[in-house]
Write a new protein. Structure first.
Length: 177
C-alpha cells in the first residue's frame, strides 16, 4: 500500500548537508520526497513540546529542545510503498551506538553523534496516523493516507475520496478510447 510519511533533517543533519544523500537512499528504495523546505524552530518551544510530548518528563528533554532550536531543520513529505516502516528502517534505531551495532548502514549509524542522544540527524514518523498529524504540524496541510479512501472505508465520502474517484474515472475513460 502506498503511504505518506513525515521525515525531518534535524539541525545536525542540515549542517552535515544530508539532503542529497537522503534523497538518493530514498530513491534507491522506491521512496519519493514530494515536498521539502528549509525551516527553523527558533523560539518555537510550543511546537517542539507538541512534537515531543511523549518525552516531556524525561531528564534529557531540555537538551532535546535546545538542540532542535540550534539550527535550521528540513521537513519533508515522503511517499512510497510501505513508506512509514521503510523510512524507519533506513534511518535506524534512535540510539546511535545501537544503530552502529545493529544497522551500520542506516543514516543514524553513519551520521549521528554517539556522545549526544538528541543528535541523531533525522526524524521519521512511527505510524501512518502520526504521519498525518506531523505533516499537518510542520506543513499546515492535511494529507489523507491513500488506504483511507479505499472503497468501504470510513473516509470514503470525504472530499479527497471523491476527487480521487473522479480522477480514476477520467483515466479509465481515456484508456478505453
Ligand atoms: P525516534 O526519534 O526514534 O522516534 P523517540 O521518539 O523515542 O525516538 O525520541 C525522539 C528523540 O529524542 C530522539 O530522536 C532523540 C531524543 N532521545 C530519545 N531518547 C533519548 C535519550 N535516552 N537520551 C537523549 N536523547 C534521546
Ligand atoms: Mg519518535
Amino acid at each position: 500500500m502506498v503511504e505518506f510519511t513525515y521525515v525531518m533533517l534535524k539541525p545536525d543533519g542540515v549542517k552535515l548537508g544530508l539532503y542529497e544523500e537522503v534523497e538518493r537512499i530514498f530513491a534507491e528504495n522506491g521512496l519519493t520526497i514530494v515536498k521539502h523546505k528549509l525551516d527553523n524552530l527558533n523560539g518555537n518551544k510550543e511546537l517542539i513540546r507538541e512534537h515531543y510530548a511523549h518525552l516531556l518528563d524525561k531528564s534529557f528533554y531540555p537538551d532535546l529542545e535546545n538542540f532542535m532550536m540550534s539550527g535550521d531543520i528540513m521537513p519533508m513529505i515522503v511517499m512510497g510503498e510501505n513508506a512509514v516502516a521503510k523510512v524507519r528502517a533506513l534511518i535506524g534505531p534512535t540510539n546511535v551506538l545501537k544503530a552502529r551495532n545493529e544497522a551500520p548502514d542506516s543514516l543514524r549509524a553513519r551520521f549521528g553523534n554517539p556522545d549526544f542522544g538528541p543528535a541523531n540527524v533525522i526524524h521519521a514518523s512511527d505510524s501512518k496516523e502520526n504521519a498525518v498529524v506531523e505533516i499537518k504540524r510542520f506543513f499546515g496541510i492535511t494529507i489523507t493516507q491513500p488506504e483511507m479512501v479505499e472503497e468501504g472505508s470510513k473516509y470514503e465520502d470525504s472530499g479527497y475520496s471523491k476527487i480521487m474517484k473522479a480522477r480514476r474515472k477520467i483515466r479509465e475513460s481515456w484508456k478505453s478510447r
